[in-house]
Design a protein around this ligand. Structure first.
Ligand SMILES: [Zn+2]
Length: 178
């Protein structure tokens, strides 16, 4: 793994929207209640080749109730999304088990990212509703965003841009359970 690339993905340049989500394969089946247009539900679906699907979908882990996935449009390198496997949009819809596992995953990946890419801090947040900036309001997800001093210099450039896939794949390789 080339750590220099992981540390400085913004030096690699971008591919702007040339590789859309539509190219990703569809699961054989989605979970009960899943939305057909939701990328988190797609990532949580059942695939013939789960490890290849996880690579494509950038899924880092699928727990008992919780999915952890790299944001394809990260604010910073290593930006993870932690979501229930179910298509649930409100905190009150989550079970105690889902709340607990979500917090356990936030803790686990904060530690793993700290070991892997040595951020100097994290933002952990939940955007509830479109007015709060939720991109997928029907399927809540915590953002776990590694931060470095001065990283806001490049964040405006990064937001909405797609980091080239080598960098995301290297990050996925570093975090995925094998
Ligand atoms: Zn969903």
């Amino acid at each position: 793994m080339d750590l220099q690339k992981i540390w400085a993905p913004w030096r690699l340049g971008y591919v702007s929207g040339s590789e859309s989500d539509e190219k990703l394969s569809e699961p054989q089946t989605r979970r009960p209640g899943a939305s057909t247009t939701c990328f988190l539900c797609r990532a949580a679906g059942k695939y013939a080749d789960p490890s290849e699907a996880n690579r494509q979908n950038l899924v880092v882990s699928i727990g008992k109730q919780i999915l952890t996935i790299l944001n394809r449009y990260p604010y910073t390198n290593g930006h993870l999304l932690i979501a229930p496997l179910r298509h649930a949009g409100e905190l009150g819809e989550l079970t105690d088990e889902e709340h607990l596992e979500a917090m356990q995953m936030l803790t686990k990946y904060t530690e793993l990212l700290t070991q892997t890419i040595k951020p100097e801090g994290f933002n952990v947040g939940l955007n509830l509703g479109r007015a709060a900036g939720a991109g997928v309001p029907g399927h809540l997800h915590w953002h776990l965003v590694p931060r470095w001093s001065g990283d806001n210099n490049f964040m405006p450039t990064l937001a909405g841009a797609r980091i080239i896939s080598q960098s995301l794949e290297a990050m996925w390789e570093a975090l995925v359970e094998k």
